[in-house]
Design a protein around this ligand. Structure first.
Ligand SMILES: NC(=O)c1ccc[n+]([C@@H]2O[C@H](COP(=O)([O-])OP(=O)(O)OC[C@H]3O[C@@H](n4cnc5c(N)ncnc54)[C@H](O)[C@@H]3O)[C@@H](O)[C@H]2O)c1
Length: 330
């Protein structure tokens, strides 16, 4: 019978956009067709967002991007001041990023595992599979338990996910509108159960929405860089409408990029075009671009282009966290 180490031996390595100058390649794509030209236009719009001194940039993340080796791409974008806020699924932030911050790794799964024939064996060994990536379920349980410990130490009241994630050690606004739908949910279930009828920590998703809307009101020019679709896409787009409902002047998102494999045939939000979002008053039409590609292909090219263009060097830091209320731990 194989053991865990027979499967979990080669960690996923995070791709480093700083090591590969793709500017020439992406510029050449401008003179081709189909997805390559779309990608080149998306890269150009991303660079415009960075150069626009009024524009606050919101990064939206769905799918499994950190486990897929994209962590350093985002870290470099943050460190280089190319992003002001993140709206993400809990899976990316908790199950994957926080998980790696706890010292755990994701592992490369061998080609044969994609057949599904070994999934029962993986289950026996407490190994979870995401397509060609493997995770030690016992380590994931540590992540769940750490979330419970953090909840136990917080003031027993509803928190926005941003407040909770800040307590997890972050410094910029990160929102997970569906925060309980990931490893954090297991920790929060354990926390709420242990408190019985007493005061307990809860996640206030309306507060998330209100806080993100406040950022839009205070910084009306915004751009969205969306990787995948799902809840982060809609949540970030909707702050324009929310600001309007609050009686505040807030223009549509001036820039919008979406990298996705979903398209309009799905009949769902994730594949709806950014042009369609314009009919809802959410996204301006001048600088929008859908890129139909799996994200691990397109993302390093687009953000690598922006990185090597270097216009982020003169971009002013927004420090949006400071616009929101301070977080108090009990
Ligand atoms: N993805 C995971 O492994 C995982 C694990 C645990 C919990 N969850 C939870 O499930 C919920 C849904 O998450 P989700 O983001 O997986 O939903 P999802 O799979 O519905 O993704 C949303 C959209 O983004 C697109 N997309 C996702 N990854 C992409 C990629 N690599 N390239 C291009 N397009 C991509 C998909 O096509 C889809 O249209 C969230 O609350 C999340 O926290 C997800």
């Amino acid at each position: 019978m194989p053991t865990k180490t027979d499967y979990l031996h080669t960690p996923v390595e995070h791709l480093d956009i700083t090591e590969h100058n793709v500017v020439g390649l992406v510029e050449a794509m401008n003179h081709t067709a189909f997805s390559a030209r779309d990608l080149a236009r998306a890269a150009d719009i991303t660079d415009r967002m960075i150069c626009d001194k009024d524009c606050g940039i919101i990064l939206c993340l769905a799918g499994s991007l950190i486990s897929a080796g994209m962590k350093k791409v985002f870290v470099d974008a943050l460190r280089c001041n190319m992003v002001d806020a993140i709206v993400s699924t809990g899976a990316n932030i908790v199950d994957q990023d926080f998980f790696e911050a706890l010292g755990f790794r994701h592992y490369v799964g061998e080609e044969k595992l994609r057949s599904g024939m070994f999934d029962a064996e993986l289950r026996e060994l407490a190994i979870d599979r995401i397509y060609d990536t493997l995770i030690d379920e016992e380590e994931l349980r540590v992540c769940d338990e750490t979330t419970r410990i953090i909840a136990d130490e917080l003031e027993a009241r509803p928190h926005s996910s941003r407040e909770f994630i800040r307590a997890m050690g972050e410094y910029l606004p990160i929102f997970c509108p569906a925060f309980s739908d990931c490893s954090a949910g297991f920790g929060l279930v354990a926390h709420q159960h242990s408190r019985g009828d007493g005061p307990k920590v809860a996640i206030d998703s309306a507060k998330d929405f209100y806080e993100l809307t406040q950022l839009k009101i205070q910084n009306p020019t915004t751009g969205l860089f969306m990787v995948g679709g799902g809840v982060p896409k809609n949540f970030a787009q909707d702050i324009v409408v929310a600001a309007d409902i609050l009686g505040k002047e807030a223009p549509m998102h001036k820039y919008a990029i979406q990298i996705t494999v979903a398209d309009a045939r799905d009949g769902a939000l994730s594949g709806s075009t950014l042009k369609e979002a314009s009919s809802w008053g959410k996204v301006d039409l001048a600088y929008e671009q859908m890129v139909y590609s799996e994200a691990t292909l397109a993302l390093p090219l687009i953000l690598g282009f922006a990185y090597h263009k270097g216009n982020w060097r003169t971009r002013q830091a927004r420090r949006w966290s400071r616009l929101l209320e301070p977080v108090t731990a009990s």
